[in-house]
Ligand binder design. Structure first.
Ligand code: SF4
Ligand code: SF4
Length: 375
């Protein structure tokens, strides 16, 4: 299996090591040298030195074809994607932005078709999410297929199944780029209350113990809501004690259908002002796939979707136009004089408006209530 990936990336080229967080930019001439190489020849000296310096690898003398996976240039220009492999989940979180979570997804043949399209589209970084993605019947095969195609994989999980030996074995053989685990409390009482599942805390702890023991590249998303607000510091302390990078998620958002249910879980004391929205490349350099390969510009802006199973890769060509249209400040934001410093993108503002969310939770026109939201 490959130890290195050489890939075109936007307007340059990268050398990557699966499972490593850092990558190295390489000149186009180096990429072309690897691309044109007779696979039986050993790696060029510059690649041997770079692999040793960047990742401590010893690949001197190894045949190029056994060591480096060469990603082909893509005419589509996407480098990132996210994929909800299945919305089914063993938790039932009060703040879940998915709303409903039907347990369904593509057949194995269509999962392969989707991953082949992603590879051809140029995707290097793929986030596989859910629901709880590891529950999908094809998760392990899909993960391995994507990894062998030269993708750097992030898995977003609730951690409850990370104790499973088959999963740990998979991650040992095909190291993930990152495992992002959500933390919903620092005690059994609050964790099980927010997830609405008895035993959720014990399952999370068991999964985290196994994942830490296996040395997996973890990051914790600390979800702070009304149920566990009093444990916000304890959750951060636990992540620190474990030596795991962590990040607090404090602002609940409406469901992807514009439902307001998750906002009921918001901790008023933890509502934070976001930084002004400075634009993004949704739909241009990344896209999102739902469990049935309906493609949207991102997880939030799902108004316009492309059925990738029906249209094939050519469907991606329309995504950029969708993105430009969805970002226009239309609807409730039309003509807003504050849009230049707005804190949310237009698709997210639309969800808040549909959910009839209090203005101060997302919009500057509600800032007369600012005292309530200043960190
Ligand atoms: S674990 Fe994630 S997907 Fe599952 S219910 Fe909770 S927020 Fe939703
Ligand atoms: S400040 Fe409010 S009304 Fe103005 S663009 Fe942002 S969300 Fe829309």
């Amino acid at each position: 299996m490959h130890q290195l990936i050489a890939a075109p990336f936007l307007d340059g080229h990268l050398l990557l090591h699966p499972g490593a967080r850092s990558g190295a930019r390489i000149p186009a001439t180096h990429y072309e040298q690897l691309h044109a190489a007779d696979g039986a020849q050993p790696l060029p000296d510059w690649a041997v030195d770079l692999a040793a310096d960047a990742w401590g690898l010893d690949v001197a003398g190894a045949p190029t074809k056994d060591t480096v996976l060469i990603r082909e240039p893509s005419a589509y220009g996407y480098c990132r994607a996210s994929w909800e492999i299945n919305l089914g989940c063993n938790f039932g979180c009060k703040h879940c932005y998915l709303g409903e979570r039907p347990f369904s997804g593509l057949t194995w043949e269509n999962k392969v078709k989707l991953l082949d399209i992603m590879r051809e589209a140029g995707v290097i970084w793929l986030q596989i999410t859910g629901g709880e993605p590891t529950m999908d019947p094809h998760f392990q095969n899909a993960y391995r297929y994507a990894w062998l195609a030269g993708m750097m994989l992030t898995i977003s999980t609730n951690g409850s199944l990370l104790f499973r030996p088959d999963l740990l074995q998979l991650f040992r053989e095909c190291p993930p780029y990152r495992l992002v685990v959500s933390m919903y409390g620092a005690s059994e009482e609050s964790f099980d209350a927010l997830t609405q599942r008895r035993g959720a805390w014990k399952a999370f702890r068991r999964g985290m113990d196994a994942a830490r023991a296996a040395g997996l590249p973890l990051r914790i998303n600390i979800v702070v809501t009304e149920d566990n607000a009093s444990e916000a510091d304890e959750m951060a302390a636990l992540a620190r004690e474990w030596g795991v990078e962590h990040h607090a998620y404090t602002n609940m958002t409406p469901t992807i259908y514009g439902g307001g249910e998750p906002l009921l879980a918001q901790s008023a004391d933890h509502l934070r002002q976001r930084k002004p929205f400075a634009g993004c490349n949704a739909g241009h350099t990344f896209f999102h796939a739902d469990p049935h390969a309906k493609i949207s510009i991102c997880k939030v802006g799902r108004d316009d979707q492309i059925d990738l199973m029906a249209e094939g890769i050519e469907g991606l060509r329309r995504l950029g136009t969708f993105a430009d249209r969805l970002m226009l400040r239309t609807g409730g934001c039309e003509g807003c004089a504050l849009s230049g410093t707005c804190r949310v993108c237009r698709p997210l503002a639309k969800h808040y408006q549909e959910a009839k969310a209090p203005l101060h939770s997302y919009c500057q026109h509600g800032d007369t209530e600012k005292e309530k939201v200043t960190p």
